[in-house]
Design a protein around this ligand. Structure first.
Ligand code: UDP
Ligand code: MG
Length: 317
């Protein structure tokens, strides 16, 4: 039965007091309409995850929960970042939900795409990706950086769905699959395709942030890209190895060349080539060490098996 299926909408929030009043209002309307159409159960919920906000975000969430049981809330003990907050929310509601939809608090993702997502769930999909059809409202800079981010990630072996962020529907068993990924360095949108099951996409137009500023400046985005690549694939190491191999081949050619010059009696006492090669090789070694170090750092973190989040409070009626 369609109307037995319980939906939880999971929204990570970091300093979102400016958008929450509007977001909660619109989401409630959406949930009410989905319920009245018989697409989801009447005890479906909107779950806000407070990611250690410094403003009144948690107070607002508590207030919404007190006023209306459709709102539930998870409060993290401190700021853990978007990905960890999202995972915390999804894992907390996993046992109660038949499906979850994750989205950002700022209403940049068109909530009307939810109808189609739920529709696809009923048609048997376990994963439904929300994909931005256009990026016209993003600034030129954001668009170019974000699109090169996806292309670069793809080349580096981190396969993701193009122009899909974290707006998606997951069924209960897809969530259970996700729970099996124990990694600490989280890049959820790279993990979801690894779960498998039947999936589909829903297109929507991305709007502008409703209020407040982006919590993802360029520095965080670059960090996120490095995180994505190094936590999903070992391709960078392979590239370095290949580079090392070609540099080695090249040095053999230089060796033969030097011998030929030597026996022809043409050797010049030039330090330029020497200096250049020392710097070039030195640079390469440092670069390789850096990349290897990145992975060693990851192993170090994974071996610690630190908790990825700690929940302080879970409000749910
Ligand atoms: N967010 C979070 N913790 C953080 C940073 C961001 O939970 O440390 C949330 C934020 O509240 C929002 C979502 O992650 O709901 C995406 O952030 P934002 O909209 O600022 O990113 P952008 O859309 O600019 O990439
Ligand atoms: Mg946003």
């Amino acid at each position: 039965m369609r109307e037995d299926k319980r939906l939880y909408i999971v929204i990570p929030c970091y300093n979102e007091e400016e958008v929450l009043p509007e977001t909660s209002k619109r989401l409630k309307e959406k949930v009410t309409s989905l319920i009245s159409q018989g697409f989801i159960s009447s005890d479906s919920r909107i779950c806000f995850v407070n990611d250690g906000s410094k403003d009144s975000t948690w107070d607002l969430i508590t207030k919404y929960h007190d006023e209306d049981p459709v709102f539930s809330g998870v409060n993290l003990s401190r700021n853990k970042g978007h990905q960890n907050a999202l995972l915390a929310g999804m894992m907390t509601v996993m046992d109660k939900a038949d499906m979850i939809i994750s989205m950002d608090a700022d209403l940049q993702d068109d909530i009307n795409a939810m109808d189609e997502m739920v529709q696809k769930y009923h048609e048997g999909c376990d994963v439904v990706y929300g994909v931005r059809s256009r990026r016209t409202t993003d600034t030129f800079f954001k668009r170019v950086t974000a699109e090169s981010f996806y292309k670069m990630m793809d080349k580096m072996g981190a396969k993701t769905v193009f122009n899909h962020a974290d707006y998606r529907l997951l069924s209960k068993r897809a969530l259970e699959g996700l729970a099996g990924f124990k990694e600490v360095n989280l890049f959820i949108r790279g993990l979801v395709p690894m779960i498998g099951y039947k999936s589909d996409v829903v297109y929507y137009e991305r709007g502008e942030r409703f209020a407040g500023e982006s919590k993802y400046p360029l520095s965080k985005m670059l960090q996120f890209a490095v995180e994505g690549v190094t936590s999903l694939s070992v391709k960078p190491i392979r590239y370095i190895t290949a580079l090392g191999f070609f540099v080695f081949l090249f040095s053999l050619i230089i060796l033969i060349y030097s011998f030929v010059r030597h026996y022809l009696g043409e050797t010049i006492q030039g330090w330029t080539t020497l200096m250049v090669s020392i710097w070039a090789i030195g640079g390469l070694i440092l670069l390789s060490l850096g990349v290897v170090g990145e992975y060693v750092g990851k192993i170090y973190l994974e071996s610690k098996e630190r908790p990825r989040y700690i929940i302080e409070e879970f409000l749910d009626k």
